[in-house]
Write a protein that binds this ligand. Sequence first.
Ligand code: B12
Ligand code: SF4
Length: 497
Amino acid sequence: MTLLINPRSAKHNRRIPLSLLTVGAGLEDRHEYEIIDENFETDIDSLLDNLISAKHVKYVGLTVMPGPQLVRAIAISKRLKRNYPSLSIIWGGTFPGIHTTTVLASGYVDIVVLGQGEVILPLLIDALESGAPLQSVRGIAFNDKREPMYSQKQEWRRPDLHPPLPYHKVNIYRYLQRTYLGNRTSAYHSSLGCPFKCGFCSVVSIFEGLWLAQSAERVAREIELVHKRFGVDSIEFFDDNFFTSEKRVAEFSERIRSLDMAWWGEGRSDTILQYSDSTLRSMRDAGCKMIFTGAETGSMETLQLMNKGGTQSPEVIIGFAQRIKEYGIVPEFSFVFGSPSEDIDGDIERDIQFIKRIKRVNPSSEIIFYVYAPVLLSGAAIFEEAKKFGFDYPKTLDEWSEQKWQNLDLRKKPMIPWIKPRHVSKIRNFERRINAQFPSLSDLRLTEPRRKFLKILSNWRYDNDFYAAPYEIRFFLSKVFNYRQPEIEGAAQYPVT
Ligand code: B12
Ligand code: SF4
């Protein structure tokens, strides 16, 4: 028996664990397994102890993202290894995919799966069951005489060949939540990777410019299935770059038009700006409500340092804000403040003015604020710059658990040497100001009178570029209205695309 664990990653915002459902799809009919989502468990230790004593559990797989989920994955794995040394502890997901040797050096993770769990895990379990050498299983890393060993790479499999998701393994209804998109929002992942190679993006570390997608026909079929079977009325597409192929998006939109669904996805503004009017119309008519897109910065020079690629430029971002407004689709622009630079103060001020320009062009644009967190990408100019400033990653998992590294992962309170507390204050104060002036649509609790009140409260600051000490805004936003930041609770949160 294999246990697949989703360590706690969110208090309220519990998303359907697509990673483990996809891995589970590969185990169906081959190996017995269960999915455990710690987001719903109050005492996972007792639950695991009971399962391990009642069933013949030999393998425990954990999916691991950096941040709070990593901290929980460490605690769970450490305890299991200590109490049940013969269990094989297997990690998968982006974090172990990038920081593989650090994970293996911990001593409590036996094997890291590098790539598609649905392809690799069944082969790994076969090998462990038969006693075949681990080296013969493609796509893994493991310790051999305390040294990390990598097997040969496993080819990526086209996601059209994925077996269907085993929804019966989870209680899908507890994941359906009310969002800006609808009353029963679920999620789907329809493509792997991204064809671009931005220097700050973890997708590049894993996929190296590869993009493989399910056909429009298959995606539409899967969406129809959850709509009809579970009453799902809206979907968040968790693809890193859903909009890479205009042809696929146009065909998908045509196919789901009659379902009356609402949906959200992540894409590049330069790509979508090149779409034809008819594709944008089809998207709108098929329920596309919001597009998350990485604006990153208002500086062409910084975009180049970031290796943003394509035809991305500040003018393209403004053009996208303008054009998408005509279709009633809300753009969410994420900004990465604090790229390495000799003039961080000047850069922050420039980006603030750029955001105000976006808001003038399209006031309904949502703005997501992140602070640059280096991603391990050797050779990427921005990462090499960060290293020059003295940045380095932790060398042990215990160090990764420290609060300061979680702050870095969450891209809110950085600890990178060139960003000083005054920079963070300036960014946060402006963020509060903009949240008051233009409260996020994704906060469903903010009534219209409250939105109006916040706007009046913040008008003079916004108009006069006065951001310092916004105590009154802070008080009303967080203490009185308990404001929900879009990147924490809403439809979107990723510094990608
Ligand atoms: C949904 C999501 C979330 C959800 C929760 C997800 C969950 N597990 O419950 C929420 C909103 C909570 C979240 C939060 C964060 N997230 Co997030 N999230 C995602 C997102 C969009 C989709 C994940 C998903 O379902 N993918 C679909 C599945 C099918 O793909 P997959 O996860 O890669 O899984 C495959 C393989 O990796 C492997 N695999 C994965 N797990 C396992 C386990 C085993 C045992 C095996 C064998 C194989 C295996 O097999 C799977 C199937 O092929 C990804 C981006 C993405 N497109 O993947 C980001 C992503 C994982 N998140 C990321 C980040 C940084 C965060 C945050 C830390 C910060 C932030 N600002 O968003 C926060 C904080 C997390 C926390 N609280 O701990 C990064 C991680 C980057 C990195 N360096 O590792 C990603 C990659 C986005 C990005 N490109 O930057 N996230
Ligand atoms: S930031 Fe977006 S466009 Fe760039 S590589 Fe990552 S997913 Fe692709």
